[in-house]
Ligand binder design. Structure first.
Ligand SMILES: [Zn+2]
Length: 315
């Protein structure tokens, strides 16, 4: 298994594997990268690799690996404070006492810090960083390594996660979301900055689409004519081909929603939302209006006039 479940990041994984194979385990790792870049996945894999008793570490099959993956290993401890934005100093101090209790069943005791530590918390941690017990391994996760005090950072081995290569991101999203339209996949790729976790979230929530499309669907499904006007007003200044393209997308979503209401497979989350909240009759009426609007746009009617006309489509 190795580090395969963390996609991309080939160089980082190669370096890590070769240093682990040489028996080099740092006391402190700083795992950095934006939201959705795989920090938690890497922290789990690294913990499993350190405790693994099999080959091709982490093997994913031995008892320690399985316990780590199921979050049941007594020597892998997460230090967090869900009630606060940064971990309270009190909690860091409790952890500091726990560090000097020997591991339960392994040669190591691994602490994962998934949440930001404030300056005070980092200073409290520093005492451990200065004289760590030989079995202690500490994994600090951060969106932004600049927030880490230089005195802390200088003691850490940095593992910086990168965006996925375009082709890998695209093929992964296509296989995870076989029903998503190519437009949505593309939008999720761009808006996520190449980070898989973010792209997945956008597609799951149905918010990968451009904000105008999300608002259009919201307005229709809630019968909110003000939101519709607000969405369309800035689009009056769009270029004709831009407008024709988004109207084409909207039409596709409405048609999918209508098909969905007559028993078709639910496809995009936006179409599903419309299908669950609007009648077939409404959907059909809107499709006719949108088709007309798109045809007007293509036959030289100004975007201003088309958007003005569409702002009344709920009436
Ligand atoms: Zn293993």
């Amino acid at each position: 298994m190795g580090f395969d479940t963390l996609l991309g990041n080939t160089r980082l994984k190669d370096n890590l594997i070769s240093s682990l194979n040489r028996g080099h385990i740092s006391h402190f790792y700083l795992i950095s990268g934006p939201a959705g870049s795989g920090k938690h996945t890497l922290a789990r894999l690294l913990s499993a690799a350190i405790l693994c008793s099999g080959e091709d570490k982490p093997c994913g099959r031995c008892v320690p690996c399985r316990k780590v993956m199921e979050n049941l290993h007594p020597d892998v401890i997460t230090v967090e404070d869900p009630e606060h934005k940064t971990v309270a100093v009190k909690i860091v101090r409790q952890f500091r006492e726990d560090v000097f209790v020997l591991p339960n069943e392994s040669d190591y005791k691994i602490y994962i810090f998934p949440q930001e530590l404030g300056v005070e918390g980092q200073n409290a941690l520093l005492k451990v960083l200065e004289e760590p017990p030989k079995y202690g391994v500490f994994l600090l996760l951060t969106d932004n390594p600049e927030k880490i005090l230089p005195t802390v950072r200088s003691r850490c081995t940095e593992l910086k996660l990168q965006a996925l290569p375009e082709a890998l991101l695209k093929s992964t999203l296509q296989s995870d979301f076989p029903d998503a339209g190519s437009q949505d996949i593309l939008a999720a790729m761009v808006r996520s900055g190449g980070y898989l976790g973010q792209a997945r979230q956008l597609l799951q929530e149905g918010t990968a689409a451009p904000p105008q499309t999300v608002d259009f669907v919201k307005a229709l499904s809630a019968g909110d004519s003000l939101l519709l006007v607000q969405t369309l007003a800035p689009m009056e200044k769009w270029k004709r081909d831009e407008l024709a393209q988004i109207l084409g997308n909207w039409l596709e979503i409405l048609e999918t929603a209508l098909a969905c209401r007559s028993g078709g497979q639910a496809v995009s989350p936006l179409a599903r939302r419309l299908a669950s909240r609007c009648s077939s009759r409404d959907l059909h009426g809107w499709i006719l209006k949108l088709r007309k609007a798109r045809d007007y746009t293509l036959s030289n009617v100004s975007p201003g006039a088309v958007c003005g006309c569409l702002s009344h489509m709920l009436n």
